[in-house]
Design a protein around this ligand. Structure first.
Ligand code: 3PG
Ligand code: MG
Length: 359
């Protein structure tokens, strides 16, 4: 079973175990059913990145063995010796070049270990890596329950629940722009916040001082005329006068926009009250730097409301986790890049790898 245990690690310990927790029910089910389960995952982008901290964290909830070099002669004896109901986690697949190179032979070696393949790794299914794109072509292949839950919940963004409010923040304009273009049609309101909004402010002729901003110029012009587009109405800046709230016409050359202001938060709370469906990706301020006012306010507003909400992306998920809500109306996606790709294209390479085979 391929999972995505690519979680943040600091000083050798897992910092956020959200992606691990989400797979536990599937592992418990497999164990109870007497399956011999081999868990495949990547972590980080370096060959030296290790899943050992993940094994430690996983060990708090699921008994398993950790197999470092499962491809070696010695390693090759460990996995076939698994007994019914036992679980093995193997080392970072990216330790082998074949994983990132979509190497069919690497996939063939992986296939020799199992009889059935399960993709429970929605969060990496936007990649054509061997274990998600080639391996399913070689074995009877299925999607895991968490994968199905992801697709079902994210697909509600394509259905008609109105008013539909799309809240988009973050900094990467290039990856987010297609989403604005996609949802400005089907959503009723598109709120753009975070560093993304600075590009719009600049295009409108507002002073944004030393704020983070992507140069995309003309592409945002037509969007500015769209009545569905909503931008922050005030901001928190940092500059020589410290942290202050400014209206959009009062930002000074020496200042940096860091967060949405109180009037913006109020406006968002109103919008959330009116909405039936909210899709939210990306923080609305420099969240990791402590400018979390608008982001936290949206998380709280969603948790207080009955609106159906789908939320994804690292910092956005952290904001929801931090307010410790377990409200059923909020679905939190394990996907970052995968969620964005799924939302803009409606499918992912690793989905096609299984679905095409079944046709
Ligand atoms: C993610 O965290 O987005 C996935 O695990 C994919 O990781 P990658 O961006 O390194 O391919
Ligand atoms: Mg990523």
């Amino acid at each position: 079973m391929r999972v995505d245990f690519n979680v943040p690690v600091a000083n050798g310990a897992v910092v956020d175990d959200f992606r691990i927790r989400k797979v536990i029910p599937t592992l418990q089910f497999l164990k109870k059913s007497g399956a011999k389960t081999i868990i495949l995952s990547h972590i980080g982008r370096e060959k030296t990145d290790t899943l050992l901290p993940v094994s430690v964290k996983l060990g708090e909830k699921m008994k398993h063995i950790f197999v470092e070099d499962f491809m070696s002669e010695a390693g090759r004896t460990v996995l076939p010796a698994l007994k019914n109901g036992e679980i093995a986690l193997v080392q970072n697949l990216r330790k082998w070049d074949g994983e990132k190179n979509s190497d069919k032979n690497f996939a063939k070696s992986l296939a020799t270990f199992g009889d059935i393949y399960v993709n429970e790794a929605f969060a990496v299914s936007h990649r054509k890596d061997a274990s998600v794109f080639e391996l399913p072509k070689l074995l009877p292949s299925y999607f895991g329950p968490l994968f199905v839950e992801e697709v079902e919940n994210l697909s509600s963004a394509f259905k008609k629940h109105h008013p539909f409010l799309f809240i988009l923040g973050g900094a990467k304009f290039e990856t987010k722009m297609p989403l604005i273009k996609k949802f400005i049609g089907s959503a009723d309101m598109v709120f753009v916040g975070g560093a993304l909004a600075n590009t719009f402010f600049k295009e409108k002729g507002c002073e944004i001082g030393a704020s983070l901003c992507d140069e995309v110029g003309t592409t945002v012009k037509p969007l500015l005329k769209n009545k569905k587009l909503i931008l922050p109405v005030d901001v928190v800046v940092e500059g020589p006068s410290g942290k202050v709230v400014r209206s959009l016409d009062a930002v000074e050359v020496t200042e940096k926009i860091m967060d949405g202001g109180p009037a913006t938060i109020k406006m968002l709370e109103e919008q959330i009250k009116k909405a039936k469906f909210v899709l939210w990706n990306g923080p609305l301020g420099y969240y990791e730097g402590g400018f979390d006012g608008a982001t936290t306010a949206v998380a709280v507003a969603l948790a207080k409301s009955k609106v159906q909400a789908v939320v994804g992306g690292g910092d956005t998920v952290a904001a929801i986790e931090r307010i410790k809500t377990n409200k059923k109306n909020i679905f939190v996606s394990t996907g970052g890049g995968a969620m964005l790709d799924f939302l803009s294209k409606g499918t992912l390479p690793a989905i096609e790898a299984i679905v095409k085979k079944k046709k």
